[in-house]
Design a protein around this ligand. Structure first.
Ligand code: HEM
Length: 596
């Protein structure tokens, strides 16, 4: 007799699971075969891959799986190298030697993906933004506080961009400059004093254990000033040796006091928001708020606090007559004039949040990389300091740097551009073609089928010998310094408009700030901030590597530091996996070998 209960209990789920497995396998093999057939018919090379396209989980976990695939015999796992999210960084652009092409397909289940590191193709794709739109899926979670310019596409993006670009103006840049001076001074003071606040003996300054933590702190402070006119104070005691600072101490000095409505200061909410960001982005707010785990509830508290502070700041800016030129003030003003009826407070908060997010870790990791590179290349550090000395030599007693000094920072800008070229904080720009398209690659027309994912590979493009010469993996700031009277050739893009005679690379060859219509809004902001901070940090101090043990030679310390510079993984931005310890020592007491 048929046991209907067992049939229902086991049979129905079994049929359901079997149907799902079969339909997945059908989808897997039909799309894989179709993609392979397409790849074989295309004029550019194609590599077959066997993991589903657009799988975020595989993409994120690919660096951890890579050693397993690499260990497989007979090169069976070789294809996985092309799936690894940082493939061009990790395998030093292996497609260039293996496929002999700067544009190629990976063809696998789900369809083909186009990988691009040719400047002309990049330019074509970046400028045809309606045909090759930004993939917004990877960014969707960044709309956690509201829709914004990073997460939107099409006409919504145009509307956001119209409101959010004007605030990045010269008035805001001079504000960034002034805030960077103030925070740079506070930072170097705290790096060079002992725990009691006494000046350290030259050459015996404290070790900075967690450089990224402090570059993240300084960039967050500058952002708070330039975005909201909020001053975030530094702790007065030495901070170098720890990666935590007393929030009580800084809260007491903050310009934004805790009111009855709040359980934490603005600085605490912002600091914690950045610390817990991954979880706040990944998990829905209802889940975090109602979780039995206290730390998850605390994460949601930080997000709620941030939102409440932002509403208060918006109201404050709406009621204020004068403007200091901060980003929030400009957005509030623009939306009152232009978009009163349709623009929401949520959109203002969403955009301010995304400015903090986009401008925080990118700038901080660039600063971190540059400081380590200067410690590894003392000859470049000397050039930076000569430039700083020559800017100061024109000053009278008691005079301070002003925004007019920014265009004089030529070598420092070259240092930033070379750091961004060699170690870009983001390694790809995801695009998508919804409809069928074509593009031109070296005179050939290449067909792009509908629903194609495109990866503009920043590392490969910025290490392409066609544009960067025979030594693209070499860190060499001087490649950006052009002789007086330099005239940029046609079809180049100007990367540093404020400085004279800086290399203008071929259009589409330098992508650290992206290119085309969706290029970075905060490029000038980041350049002014970086240059000013470097000028302040290295005026009276030099940065040097900390050797492990008395017997370690400087060259050994340098080789280890450079190996760590290469060892990076992508999260929101590309991060170094290991820390490099440095020390800021008074000029003249350095222990690195090359001093002419
Ligand atoms: C060294 C520092 C920086 C780097 C390397 C950088 C890089 C980039 C890149 C590559 C993109 C394009 C992302 C994509 O399309 O997928 C981008 C977009 C953006 N960046 Fe930056 N960025 C930096 C600093 C900043 C700062 C300081 C701000 C603001 C304060 C900022 C605001 C933005 C915004 C709003 C966008 C979106 C533009 C749009 O989609 O229309 N960035 N940035």
């Amino acid at each position: 007799m048929i046991d209907y209960l067992s049939l229902a209990l086991y049979g129905v789920p079994l049929v359901y699971v079997s149907t799902k497995v079969v339909s997945y396998l059908v989808w897997y093999f039909t799309t894989l075969n179709a993609a392979k057939r397409f790849g074989a018919s295309s004029p550019i090379p194609a590599v077959a891959v066997y993991t589903p396209r657009s799988s975020t989980i595989i993409w994120l976990s690919s660096p951890y799986f890579a050693p397993f695939f690499e260990a497989l015999p007979f090169g069976w796992g070789h294809w996985f190298k092309y799936v690894r999210m940082d493939f061009d960084w990790w395998y030093k652009c292996l497609h260039r030697t293996e496929l002999k092409s700067d544009v190629f397909w990976t063809v696998g289940p789900g369809g083909p993906t186009l990988i691009v590191s040719d400047a002309d193709v990049v330019t074509e794709i970046a400028h045809r933004w309606k045909d090759f739109s930004k993939q917004t899926k990877p960014y969707r979670s960044l709309a956690v506080f509201g829709p914004n310019v990073v997460t939107s596409e099409g006409s919504t993006w145009q509307r956001h961009r119209k409101i959010t670009s004007p605030p990045f103006n010269e008035k805001n840049s001079s504000l960034v400059f002034a805030d960077s001076i103030a925070h740079g001074k506070a930072m170097i003071a705290s790096f060079t004093t002992d725990a009691e606040g006494n000046k350290s003996v030259p050459g015996d300054e404290p070790v900075v254990e967690d450089l990224l933590h402090w570059t993240m702190t300084v960039t967050l402070h500058v952002l708070s000033g330039a975005a909201f006119s909020l001053s975030m104070p530094w702790p007065t005691k030495s901070i170098a040796t720890s990666s935590a600072h007393s929030t009580e101490e800084v809260t007491a000095q903050s310009t934004f006091k805790i009111t009855q409505k709040h359980t934490m200061s603005f600085q605490q909410s912002l600091d914690k928001l950045m610390e817990y960001l991954m979880y706040i982005i990944l998990f829905p707010s209802w889940f975090l708020r109602n979780s039995p785990i206290p730390i998850l509830r605390k994460m949601q508290d930080c997000a709620d606090e941030f939102r409440t502070y932002m509403s208060e700041l918006i109201a404050d800016h709406q009621n204020s007559e004068s403007s200091r030129g901060d980003l929030l003030g400009s957005i509030v003003k623009a939306t009152t004039i232009d978009e009163k009826a349709t623009w929401t407070e949520e959109e203002t908060i969403g955009n301010i949040f995304v400015f903090i997010l986009a401008g925080h870790e990118t700038t901080a990791s660039t600063l971190q990389s540059a400081i380590i590179l200067l410690a590894c290349y003392p000859e470049y550090q000397q050039q930076v300091q000569s430039e700083i000395d020559s800017i100061w030599s024109t000053k009278k007693e008691g005079e301070e740097l002003t925004y007019d000094d920014y265009p004089k920072m030529r070598f420092i800008v070259a240092l930033m551009l070379e750091t961004l070229r060699a170690y870009p904080p983001l390694n790809l720009l995801p695009k998508h073609a919804t409809d069928a398209q074509t593009f031109t690659y070296r005179g050939q027309t290449v067909y792009v089928p509908p629903n194609t994912d495109i990866s503009i590979a920043i590392v490969s493009t910025q290490h392409n010998p066609l544009y960067w010469g025979p030594d693209p993996w070499e860190f060499r700031p001087s490649r950006w310094l052009m002789p007086p009277g330099y005239l940029p050739p046609p079809n180049t893009s100007n990367e540093a408009p404020a400085q004279d005679n800086i290399l203008c690379p071929p259009k589409g060859a330098f992508l650290a700030f992206s290119a085309g219509f969706r290029a970075c809004l905060g490029k000038k902001f980041a350049q002014v901030e970086f240059c000013t901070l470097i000028a302040v940090l290295l005026k009276e101090y030099s940065v040097e590597l900390v050797r492990e043990g008395k017997d370690e030679k400087w060259e050994e310390a340098r080789d280890k530091a450079m190996a760590k510079m290469f060892d990076r993984t992508s999260s929101i931005a590309v991060r170094m996996n290991e820390k490099v310890r440095v020390r800021f020592v008074r000029r003249g007491s350095e222990r690195f070998p090359v001093r002419a």
